[in-house]
Design a protein around this ligand. Sequence first.
Ligand SMILES: *Cc1c(COP(=O)(O)O)cnc(C)c1O
Length: 368
Amino acid sequence: MSSLESTMMQADLRSDTITKPDAAIVEAMAMAQVGDDCYGDDPSVYALESYCAELFGKEAALFTCSGTMSNQIALRAHTKPGDEIIVDHTYHINFFESAACSNLAHVVLNTIHSKDGVLDVADIQAAYDSKPRAPIYSQARLVCLENTIAYHGGKVFPVKNMERIGKFAREMGLKVHLDGARLMNACDAAGEPPTAWAKHADTVSLCFAKGLGAPFGSILAGDSESIARARAYRKWYGGALHQSGYMAAAALASLQRNVVRLADDHENARLLNTLLKNSQNTVPVYDEVDTNIVLFDVAPTGLCAKKFSTVMETFGVRLFPWLGTQVRAITHQNVSAEQVEWAAHKIMEVANNLAYEHAKSYNLKLAA
Ligand SMILES: *Cc1c(COP(=O)(O)O)cnc(C)c1O
């Protein structure tokens, strides 16, 4: 590789939401038949919703603007103000959406502090039992699960746990919502269809604008009654659109064409995780990577994740600062194996230089 080429190399690993629609998706949009979906007239929206209802083994599905909107509408459809939802503190619904939960559905979040986001019946039971349940107090109504678990390096939520929790929730009169923003990534990693998890949940969501590569949208699937309520809340939240068939056609194309290539992202994430182990200054948080998210710790560089990410950006590697000294990298269709390998070496080179300077200044301080 010439030095000119190497200076032009870049890798944007901030998120799989940065993916841009490929030619096939743009063509699907251009060819889409559309109508006013608020009048039920858009055949492309209808096609997407029917396809997704079947994919998840549910009676109905609703096309929404974003993963956040799917989650927030689901919470609203399953609860009344003052009700409680049981959720791991690391899940998107708490970690990024607690303000929305408080302001839109007006629900209380009963958070579980598990080791890795992989919950089981005992966690739900303990959260339920942590408060008095007389009718004058907040009532637990809903359990929220997440797959893949974004905070914990894209870990797959085990089907067995989901099955046990689903059964327990039914016995307790609790509903279950699965935030499946990256559910198709879990399907690839576990070799299971989406129904393996969806059948144990009342509602399930999936994002099209992440690894699947569509420009917009998410789906919420469930029983007809829940989805009818969800449809009303989508309108209330300003998310009922008119010729949304262009976006629905892109979403359907992304599902039909891009699920197979998620395996490449997973391979690239494993490659990145493995390479980063070659430096003691970039320590992977998880030994193994299930899907497309890599978390690594840069504490030995003396920089926090935010500063480290800012430095890396000047070298053409874009990363997402997670918490403290943990940095996140997500692989996706717009970064190749070659770019990932280059990025790994660049990250280690910079981290090693920073750690060396950090140790030197520390030793100088000690000597003074
Ligand atoms: C990205 C994500 C969401 C939200 O999706 P947006 O489309 O960005 O609103 C929800 N849950 C999880 C687990 C996610 O990763």
